[in-house]
Design a protein around this ligand. Sequence first.
Ligand code: PLP
Length: 448
Amino acid sequence: MTTLPRTEVFAPADTAMTTADSDTDAWVLETLRRYEPATMHTQHPVVWDRASGSRVFAQDGRSWLDWTSGILTANAGHARAEVVTAITAQAQQGLLHAYMFPTRVRARTVKALAELSGFAQAVLYTTGAEAVEGGLKISSRHAIARRGPRRNRSVVVTFDGSFHGRTLGAQLAGGLPAQRDWAPSLDEVFIHVPFPAHGEAWDTKVIEDALQEVGARPEDVSCVMGEIYQGSTLRQIDPASARLLREWCSQHGALLIFDEIQSGFGRTGALFAYEHIGVRPDLLLVAKGLSGSLPISAVLIADPAFTENVRPGELTSTHSGNPISLAAAEANLALFADGTLVAEASRRGQQLADGLADWVSLLPQRRRIIGAMGMIAGVACTNEDGTLDAQSSQRLATQCIEHGLLVCVPSTMGGAMLKIMPPVTTSEEELAEGLARFSEAADAAQLS
Ligand SMILES: Cc1ncc(COP(=O)(O)O)c(C=O)c1O
């Protein structure tokens, strides 16, 4: 994901390393460079040793404030004591894996998920992309049953600019053509329409026109899947358009899926971002902040009728009920139960937005804030004419890391957006410290 320029801290490939070196950061970087493909070498060479709360530490004691939350995962802070205790207790109980057999921790976690979210049921998976695939399968089975056996075509409608993961189905569903040019084309199954962005005119007619182009009908649509804000550009969905979408799905029997894999669990100042727009989906996809740490994801199901036609075993996966991941999720969910953490995130989000607005006001013609919403925001450098200036943004990102602030630069928006997403538990003082470091980094990057 990060496209920062690689600084030359890698040892040359033919340097002989001894076992005594194997504990150094240089050894880690060189070993990864030798044994992993080149695509991984663009990661910024900050070797994580441990992470706690809002901070990441190197082995030599250097530390960074983490404005990435480990890519929107450590919402409740890295290595929360409650989560570590639950993981340790589960491991010490002596149950590290269970497949196809019920466990107590699984029962407790799906119950907690349902009670916290208000959704009726949950199907557990491991990664976000896997939850996306599960959502597609549930809606397809539902659509096939609804249409009867004569027509067996399930069309998936998604939005330009969307990201849903890197497995085949998730990538084809994604609305970023440059990311899916490795995959076979299934253009008659995965239909992409313009995103109903906040403040822009939009009508469900764009769906019907796109369907007509591939000879499909509204009844063929198994689901419409979208994000509340798009991770690629931070554009937010328009509440009125979302209501139109909701009506269209209900009218034609398609399931409305919100992919909240990155926007869930307090990130936007609500438990789930859809609460801001008052439109409830049929399926809600969650991952990342669900456990705040270990790999676990889920499809939350509003109505048990949606899964009635899924065949036995069709939604399972080897590691989907992993007891250790579930213990982490259960402990993490408890942190969100009374709403305090989310309310605090909303206040911190205002502090972040105000701080970034102050920074922009110093040089308004060279900076722009993108899509701030709770504890997520983007900033980009711009040229005098307002166009994006990716080179300056990359320089700023490098300086942030030099100044002890981890930021992420997605490849979307031409690599010009720094994505800012601190843990939602970041304290007022830590956020002020982060904003000060950010401002120093901007000075050092000599943006003007
Ligand atoms: C909105 C969204 N959907 C799906 C995914 C895929 O999740 P994973 O990387 O766990 O497969 C991501 C990951 O960044 C995401 O942001």
